[in-house]
Design a protein around this ligand. Structure first.
Ligand SMILES: NC(=O)c1ccc[n+]([C@@H]2O[C@H](COP(=O)([O-])OP(=O)(O)OC[C@H]3O[C@@H](n4cnc5c(N)ncnc54)[C@H](OP(=O)(O)O)[C@@H]3O)[C@@H](O)[C@H]2O)c1
Length: 278
């Protein structure tokens, strides 16, 4: 039987790393990409660690070239690399906003374009895009992060319509709060993006304490790796994969009752504001 091949971006930490370990344990060969390649466990038989920066076209081309030269085919691409450039929408620099889209959205787009000709020739392939419950829902300070996740969902759905005729499916996983470096990076960014004497300082303080609490009660990255695996292997895939009941509830409210969702977020903001003043 031909060896199953999966390419995973952002595999040096968190959900991408756990997914790499899980696929390898289940007999797949994993091409695991990240900038901090030294953090990826190398196991020539199962996990090939590759230096990858998804914002760099040459790096994306090298990544795909290495997979196709060595393995000759690819079953699944998991577009997982991402982070939250949090901060007030008014104050984040355009350079950082562009980098947010380069990483969370354009990187996935470019890798997918590079891999699709091979998947079409195989008449099989699965693109798994790691969005977020924040692809439908949102919170203050996440304007550009949420915009990238909403973008990847719309793009994935259109792509799926176009490529399913070739036996290829494009689906999204929407994790909720999950233990990883994501929360610390988003919190640091929300502080680093504040200007001097910013009028948004109190908002950053209250949202930060809310985000800290939210991340404490979050899922394990290994649980989400199981969801990635399901999205990658289910014979008749869904367009969306969510982990917990509360994630599904939140996404449902955000989609079907946008006013209710907004009121709930405003109430949470006021609650954390009061807590911060105590
Ligand atoms: N944790 C959450 O609560 C949560 C919730 C919803 C969605 N998500 C999404 O889930 C995905 C995985 O996040 P995580 O929680 O596992 O976070 P994480 O622990 O911070 O891991 C993020 C991964 O992305 C990689 N990465 C970042 N920029 C990259 C670039 N330019 N090129 C290649 N790799 C890059 C990082 O590797 P290097 O730094 O080594 O490159 C790292 O391996 C992200 O798309 C995130 O937005 C997370």
């Amino acid at each position: 039987m031909t060896e199953k091949i999966v390419a995973i971006t952002g595999a040096s930490n968190g959900m991408g790393l756990e997914a790499a370990l899980l696929f390898a344990k289940r007999g797949w060969k994993v091409y695991a990409g990240a900038r901090r390649v030294e953090k990826i466990p190398q196991d020539e038989d199962k996990i090939i660690a590759v230096k990858l920066d998804v914002t760099d076209s040459a790096s994306n081309q090298d990544f795909v070239q290495q997979i196709l030269t060595q393995a000759g085919h690819i079953d699944v691409l998991i577009n997982n690399a991402g982070y939250g450039e949090y901060g007030p929408a008014e104050e984040i620099s355009m350079d950082k906003i562009r980098k947010q889209f380069e990483t969370n959205f354009f990187g996935a787009v470019e890798l997918t374009q590079l891999i699709l000709p091979t998947m079409r020739a195989q008449n099989y392939g699965r693109i798994v895009n790691i969005s977020s419950i924040g692809g439908d829902g949102y919170m203050p300070l996440g304007a550009y992060y949420h915009a990238t996740k909403a973008a990847i969902q719309q793009w994935s759905d259109v792509l799926d319509l176009e490529v399913s005729q070739f036996g290829i499916r494009s689906v999204c996983v929407q994790p909720g709060g999950t233990q990883s470096s994501w929360g610390a990076i988003a919190l640091n960014n929300s502080k680093a993006n504040l200007s001097e004497h910013s009028p948004y300082q109190p908002l950053v303080d209250s949202v930060s304490s809310g985000l800290e609490r939210f991340m404490k009660s979050s899922a394990k990255a290994s649980d989400l790796a199981e969801v990635f695996y399901k999205a990658a292997t289910e014979i008749k895939p869904s367009l969306r994969y969510l982990h917990s009941f509360s994630d599904k509830f939140m996404v449902n409210v955000a989609r079907k009752h946008p006013q209710v969702f907004r009121r709930a977020i405003l109430a949470a903001m006021r609650y954390f504001e009061r807590q911060n003043k105590k």
